[in-house]
Write a protein that binds this ligand. Structure first.
Ligand SMILES: *Cc1c(COP(=O)(O)O)cnc(C)c1O
Length: 494
């Protein structure tokens, strides 16, 4: 069936309009005076001409083509796709937040600065760190800034170190950040329990070690229980410890990165602190650091003055500089601030406990049907290795695609890369027992279909707006810009 959206734009007829705009009150001469000739349009933009209901239907149709957490369960491991309470949206859209401009003088935006200052204080309390920046717009950018800070720290000591250690289970952004910041990677093996292999770490530590990046809990959903040994070994060798905090949803209110010996951590507000993500952004990946690293944080830094008013401090000679235009993705910061305030200290602790409980419950429901290799000490997520299913002819990819037909978003597949046929499930705290039961049944039914109707699994999905895509081509040659094509219908009218 042809997509509804395209049909709606076929309705384009020149002169048809969904809006009435008052006549332009800028005199012609002003246009040429203020706008250079070479940037002026030579002809009107080639846009469809449609009525307001047609535009509304176009976007509503688009909005239901993709899966999102407001439609159904979204157990995408490593991404913490929790429900985003609508109150956060309401608060972020208040005029005083949505209608301000970053170039306004600080006296006129004291409330906005207060929100940023308070959010920093909340994140410091949660991480146990001493200072923070809200500028990075993603976890990956936070990582990059964190490694720049490590570099500055060593450079100031005239200590030219070369390597940053990364465990083999790490998220792909970790090695990318290390390379971008000018360091080299040393991969550290996992032991038989899915944790950092301490012996392998010890063998590699020396005076060239700049530091280590560690995800806690790691991407297998396991708490690195030798963390105190790891952080003191790296510190003894003169290195710094970076915590990839993307999995903070398993720690908030229970333990803190600073208490485990980390020097720097990023916080994915769009994961743990419930701001919408999944469409590629915008996000926010603040970083928090120990006292000795505070001077390297990006400028400007929001400060509370003696008279209780707020201001920006640009005067920091050791800073790594600016990493974002203006002050970061402000509206995301407002949502996280609202979320933390509405949850409160006790609520956040409950959130963490429920996230861990939900993952363990779901793992329990699936463990007799699917192989879950590292299942001792599961925190907020777990990883299935669908090797038994593969032996019977069905891959992790087929299982993921079949879940789409059952109305779920697929879990993360083929990550972490050290597990064959990986299916990484993170239910989050915001799902009910009923949802978890139904999802588990769906996974169990898929396994039964391998023996009775494997074709239905290899053909899946059949109920989605598009079927199986050439994912490599979509990556290499993305075609993401909508282009208006004049149809025959239009030519006739012309
Ligand atoms: C999501 C994630 C990141 C990167 O965060 P972005 O905000 O997507 O850049 C890094 N590490 C882990 C473990 C993650 O899950």
């Amino acid at each position: 069936m042809e997509s509804k959206t395209n049909i709606i734009f076929r309705e384009s007829i020149p002169g048809k309009s969904g809006a009435s705009v008052p006549p332009c009150d800028v005199p012609e001469h002003a246009l040429s005076e203020f706008i250079p000739n070479h940037v002026l349009r030579e002809s009107p933009p080639n846009l469809p001409e449609v009525t307001e209901p047609e535009v509304v239907r176009h976007f509503v149709n688009l909005s239901v083509k993709n899966h999102h957490v407001d439609r159904d369960f979204y157990p995408l491991g490593s991404c913490t796709m929790k429900y985003n309470p609508k109150i956060n949206e309401k608060i972020a859209s208040l005029d005083g937040f949505a209608g301000i401009h970053p170039l306004q003088s600080v006296e006129t935006v004291q409330g906005a600065l207060r929100v940023m200052w308070e959010l920093e204080q909340m994140l410091l309390k949660i991480t146990g760190m001493s200072a923070a920046t809200l500028q990075p717009s993603a976890g990956s950018q936070g990582e990059f800034v964190g490694i720049l800070i490590m570099k500055k720290y060593h450079d100031e000591r005239n200590d030219s170190r070369k390597y940053i250690f990364i465990p083999e289970t790490a998220h792909g952004t970790n090695p990318a950040s290390v390379i971008l910041a000018g360091y080299q990677i040393k991969k550290i093996k996992s032991d038989s329990r899915g944790r950092v292999d301490l012996a392998h770490l010890k063998q590699n530590l020396d005076q060239h070690t700049a530091g280590m990046m560690l995800t806690q809990p790691n991407t297998l959903g396991l708490f690195e229980d030798q963390i105190l040994d790891i952080t003191s070994l790296v510190h003894e060798a003169g290195g710094l410890m970076y915590m990839d905090g993307a999995n903070l949803n398993a720690l908030v209110g229970i333990t803190k990165p600073a208490d485990m010996g980390f020097d720097i951590t990023h916080i994915n507000l769009h994961k743990t602190f419930s701001t919408p993500h999944g469409g590629g952004g915008p996000g926010a990946g603040p970083i928090a650091v120990t006292e000795q690293l505070a001077k390297y944080l990006p400028i400007p830094v929001v400060v509370k003055k003696r008279d209780e008013s707020f201001d920006w401090d640009y005067d920091r000679s050791a800073s790594v500089g600016r990493v974002h235009s203006y002050f970061g993705n402000f509206s995301i910061l407002v949502r996280a601030w609202a979320y933390i305030l509405s949850m409160g200290e006790q609520g956040l602790k409950e959130m963490t406990k429920n996230a861990i409980l939900n993952a363990n419950y779901l793992k329990y429901l699936l463990k007799d049907t699917y192989h879950i290799p590292f299942s001792e000490g599961t925190m907020h997520e777990f990883v299935i290795s669908a090797v038994d299913q593969k032996k019977r002819g069905i891959r992790a990819l087929d299982i993921a695609k079949s879940l789409l037909d059952n109305g779920y978003h697929a879990p993360t597949v083929y990550f972490p890369i050290n597990l064959p046929e990986a299916i990484m499930v993170e239910p989050t705290e915001s799902e009910t027992k009923n949802t978890l039961d139904e999802f588990a049944q769906s996974m169990i039914d898929i396994d039964s279909l391998i023996d009775t109707d494997p074709e239905s699994l290899t053909q899946a999905p059949i109920t989605t707006p598009v079927r199986r895509l050439d994912e490599t081509k979509a990556n290499r040659e993305p075609d993401i810009r909508w282009k208006f094509q004049k149809t025959d219908n239009l030519k006739e009218v012309n």
